[in-house]
Design a protein around this ligand. Structure first.
Ligand SMILES: Cc1ncc(COP(=O)(O)O)c(C=O)c1O
Length: 479
């Protein structure tokens, strides 16, 4: 292959670059073309299947996306829990605006940051026990990497094996991918080998593993499995896990990236059981739904063992963008908003209400709805698998579009909720029969009623009409 010719003496030529204003004005067709050419062509296939490729969001405020053509879409998806404060929360936007107007610095790697220090102090004040030491990153994967690293460093090489759960999701970077239980995501990558898997919530399996293998030094689990379809461990599991970890000198890492920050009605989901892990991690909602921000929080004793000396301190120092100024102040304001606007109380109240109403719908539509589960505003609606009940002709037509749609109602329901009711819900990686409801914590009773009425109306059409409406309104229009 010949090398492209570079002229070294010529001044750089500015290629055709989009300006910010041009980017704002791009229409759906152009965005689809650019996304296909430069971002992820395969993903466009799924967006098309759901009719999501027709939508260009112009603005977002509170519970709604406002589209270019003026539709107001009620957001019960919540960016997989990252939109906990609603879109553009006025207090968080104002704090950021003021920070910019005052020309505050963003990056200050040479000095100590007053913003990162204050945010870390806030998180330590909120977190129970001696979960006092904080590391900032920009994503859930990054802080989960940091969580596993601090645990491994504290335990030393003889006790570095990691126990993780089936159906877990901890991120897609190489380390945490090894404990993310998905053959799809793990693909053919060479993974970290020192790991053992047990069924989620099975305390006997954990006991057996810890008793039989003293090399296991770390247990990592989501407190509520999100990607697995909103799955909880049985009553008493976390207390027994804590006791087992203490008995065997094992460190417990609680992944609260999705379920943490008030969503379940308590700041950390593990608080319900009155237990404290050794290390935990937050991300998604931490940046106030405006900034990319994650935090790993470790018990002081463990942190000190791992990185507490000058000799070891730099093994763990922040990455370039860990603790950027505006991201930190967004998180500081968000934490204050969380308490001052009683968003955790609201999550509890609206969550209880939604779950009660959804159980009512389950009783009304038993052939469609299998189970409602969750806590606070982290709710899973499991549909019955319709592979057997879908009329044969329809099954065939649907399979032609994509095999994934064959037994699952979720794609049709999600697509029609958007198309006919302007409502957005989230799908689930590992269980395609589960729709996730993770709306912002500011959701009102009226918006819950609006959602329930829409879902009831849609389910009342019955399987055949839901599938034919999908084929007629979404799939046919997709061309
Ligand atoms: C429980 C959990 N851990 C970690 C992650 C990874 O976070 P991120 O996508 O920000 O890397 C996610 C993302 O969905 C998650 O749900």
């Amino acid at each position: 292959m010949s090398m492209p010719a570079f002229k070294t003496d010529a001044a750089p030529v500015r290629p055709k670059l989009y300006s910010v204003e041009e980017a704002k004005q791009l229409d759906a067709t152009t965005v689809r073309e650019l996304f296909t050419a430069h971002v992820n062509p395969g993903q466009v296939h799924f967006l098309k299947l759901l009719g999501f490729d027709k939508i260009i969001v112009d603005r977002a405020q509170g519970m709604h996306y406002i589209t270019r053509d003026g539709r107001k879409i009620l957001d019960f998806f919540g960016g997989f829990c990252s939109v906990a404060f609603g879109h553009n929360h006025p207090r968080i936007v104002a704090a950021r605006q003021k920070f910019q107007d005052e020309n505050r610095h963003e990056i200050c790697m040479a000095f100590m940051s007053q913003y990162a220090s204050a945010l870390a102090a806030n998180l330590a004040a909120i977190a129970p026990g001696d979960l006092d030491m904080v590391f900032f990153g920009s994503t859930g994967s990054e802080v989960m990497e940091a969580a596993l690293k601090v645990a491994e460093q504290a335990q030393g090489p003889g006790k570095s094996k990691i126990l993780h759960a089936a159906n877990s999701f901890h991120g897609k970077t190489k380390g945490v991918l090894s404990v993310t239980d998905s053959t799809l995501y793990q693909s053919q990558f060479k993974l970290v080998e020192n790991r053992v898997k047990v069924p989620f919530g099975d305390i006997e399996a954990v006991r057996q593993a810890l008793e039989s293998d003293p090399a296991i030094g770390i247990v990592v689990m989501e407190t509520i499995q999100g990607g697995g379809g909103i799955v909880e461990a049985p009553e008493g599991f976390w207390r027994e896990l804590r006791a087992l970890c203490d008995k065997h000198g094992v460190l417990w890492v609680a992944d609260e990236v999705q379920c943490g920050l008030g969503r379940t009605g308590q700041f950390f989901a593990f608080e319900r059981d009155g237990v404290v892990p050794d290390v935990t991690a937050l991300a998604k909602a931490l940046g106030g739904s405006k900034a990319a921000m994650g935090a790993m929080i470790a018990r002081r004793e463990i942190y000190m063992k791992a990185y507490g000396k000058p000799k070891t301190a730099l093994i763990h120092a922040q990455a370039t963008f860990g603790g950027m100024g505006e991201a930190c102040i967004s998180a500081i304001e968000a934490l204050n908003v969380l308490y001052e606007e009683d968003l955790m109380g609201n999550a509890q109240r609206q969550g209880d209400y939604l779950i009660e109403k959804l159980n009512g719908l389950r009783a009304k539509h038993p052939s469609l709805l299998k189970e409602i589960r969750g806590r606070g505003l982290m709710i899973g609606i499991e549909f019955n698998d319709i592979s057997e009940t879908m009329p044969f002709g329809l099954k065939h037509m649907v399979a032609l579009l994509d095999d994934k749609l064959k037994g699952s109602l979720c794609g049709f329901i999600g697509a029609l909720l958007l198309k006919d009711y302007d409502m957005l819900v989230a799908f689930t990686e590992y269980n395609r029969n589960v729709i996730r409801l993770e709306p912002p914590l500011i959701v009102t009773r009226e918006q819950c009623d609006e959602f329930i009425a829409a879902l009831d109306d849609l389910l009342s059409r019955g399987i055949t009409k839901i599938v034919t409406d999908y084929l007629r309104k979404v799939a046919v229009a997709k061309g």
